[in-house]
Design a protein around this ligand. Structure first.
Ligand SMILES: Cc1ncc(COP(=O)(O)O)c(C=O)c1O
Length: 461
């Protein structure tokens, strides 16, 4: 006997369908007959439509069949329903964030730095009545946002471009993957700085490119080594070399562009954090110096605004635009319309410039404080290998140190530290001491705790 409840939110025909399905899969045999529709109506005092709908659903799903829609019989009883009791939050344990006392993550800002109030107001404003949210938004990115990004890049990074060259992407990996597809028909290898950003190498590797690692020195990539490379695509971080922090002087920038021109090569300029420069004005982009359309410029909102927004952009030379639009990947927007509209208002109404000034000032203070504390607490055992830009300092020990030991000792103290070798190719190593996510007031305590672990690791090496 089935218990059906007409006050229940689930419609009666679904209740009946679920009850019969349960019976079929638990106790019916193939060929068993179900009651006729009329008999079911009589027994349960249901309308013919209710019973017919329940039976039709079972027919569509393949549990029962009928002879002339008069008698129904079971044709399949072997089904295991999803056991919702297996859902266990513990299964998700790996993706849960651990709460450390101090987390020196090198690519985040403090939670309170996000302009939440303004963002909420602009999000609301971006829900404009005139917009058709059911339409497919522009695949390359909303024109208004591309326009704002263009104005910003011309004004502050001396990039030469118009909005038709800008593609809105969801992060560096998305921009690089898209580029690897754009270049696939014409190129087979990628030259990359060594040490250099591992993710850039991995993305191109996964797309089948050969990788040519080119050494760097204090002036960035070594041109004499590049000259020997067969690769005609070069990935670079010219303003703030990842991970060494060196920047390419103007003379070498011009030589690089001459190399690109002579070889009809392409340079991918990753300008990921130069807006957070503390000692000097950001160095103008390489793209802006180029006169032969040989630079792809990549930028991101992750460092100065928020990594969780997942918004980056790429400026393509005009000759690559048709290769981009021929890709199946160029048919749909990569970032939601609402997010794009909010960001474009944020830029248009002047908040982006103000926000940048604010985060530059506060992070400069944290940068200086962290440097001072590291030198004070670690004294002459530490070398600062990279400083002055971004959200972290790179340090190393003057004496030999076992980084694995340092890492595990730090974890025991509930401190999380990050190493270059996890994110970079090559043999260069160091500890990336992120300051952006820490509050100024907790910095002294954080570095004191870290220094205890540091000296312990030095003693136990
Ligand atoms: C070398 C480098 N390039 C680019 C990025 C930007 O990455 P995304 O825009 O995916 O946050 C980062 C972020 O840390 C980076 O370290």
């Amino acid at each position: 006997m089935y218990v059906l409840d007409s006050n229940n939110k689930t419609p009666l025909h679904i209740q009946l369908y679920q009850a019969i399905k349960k019976d079929i899969t638990s106790s019916y045999k193939i060929g068993d007959k179900l009651f006729s529709i009329r008999k079911m109506c009589n027994i349960y005092n249901l309308s013919k439509t209710t019973v017919s709908n329940a039976y039709s659903q079972l027919v569509i799903e393949g549990y029962i069949d009928s002879k002339n829609r008069s008698s129904y019989f079971v044709i399949e009883n072997n089904y295991k329903d999803i056991d919702s009791s297996c859902f266990n939050e513990m299964n998700d344990i790996k993706t849960k964030k651990q709460n450390y006392d101090y987390d020196f993550y090198p690519a985040r800002q403090e939670k309170n730095s996000f302009p939440l109030k303004i963002w909420k107001r602009l999000s609301n404003k971006s829900l404009d009545d005139d917009l058709d949210y059911c339409d497919n938004s522009q695949a390359q990115g909303e024109h208004a946002l591309r326009n704002e990004i263009t104005k910003y890049l011309i004004r502050s990074r001396e990039v030469k471009c118009d909005a038709s060259q800008v593609i809105i992407c969801h992060g560096f990996d998305d921009s690089m993957l898209l580029l690897s597809k754009i270049l696939k028909h014409t190129h087979t290898s990628l030259a990359i700085e060594s040490p250099g950003y591992k993710l850039a190498k991995d993305i191109f590797c996964e797309q089948g490119y050969l990788i040519d690692e080119i050494s760097i020195n204090q002036n960035g990539i070594m041109l004499e080594h590049l000259e020997k490379s067969k690769s005609k695509v070069l990935y670079l971080t010219p303003s703030h070399q990842f991970p060494t922090g060196v920047s390419i002087p103007i003379k070498n920038r011009l030589l690089l562009l001459a190399w690109a021109k002579k070889n009809s090569a392409l340079i991918i300029e990753d300008d990921y954090d130069s807006e957070l420069s503390y000692y000097n004005r950001p160095i103008p982009s390489l793209q802006g110096l180029d006169e032969s359309d040989s630079v792809v410029y990549l930028g991101t909102f992750s460092k100065s605004l928020a990594p969780s927004l997942r918004i980056s952009y790429m400026v393509l030379p005009k000759h690559l635009l048709s290769a981009y639009s021929n890709l199946s990947d160029s048919k749909h927007a990569r970032v939601s319309l609402m997010l794009q509209n909010t960001l474009s208002l944020f830029m248009k109404e002047g908040f982006w410039d103000k926000h940048q000034r604010k985060v530059r000032t506060s992070n400069k203070r944290k940068h200086n404080l962290m440097k001072e504390l590291l030198l004070k607490k670690l004294q002459d055992t530490v070398i600062i290998k990279s400083e002055g830009i971004g959200l972290s300092l790179v340090i190393d020990s003057k004496e030999e140190m076992d980084f694995n030991l340092l890492h595990s000792l730090a974890l025991k103290e509930n401190i999380k530290i990050y190493f270059i070798h996890d994110v970079a190719i090559g043999t260069y190593d160091g500890i990336r001491m992120g300051f952006g996510g820490l509050q100024e007031e907790e910095m002294e305590e954080a570095i004191t705790k870290f220094s205890k672990v540091w000296f312990l690791a030095l003693k136990q090496k």
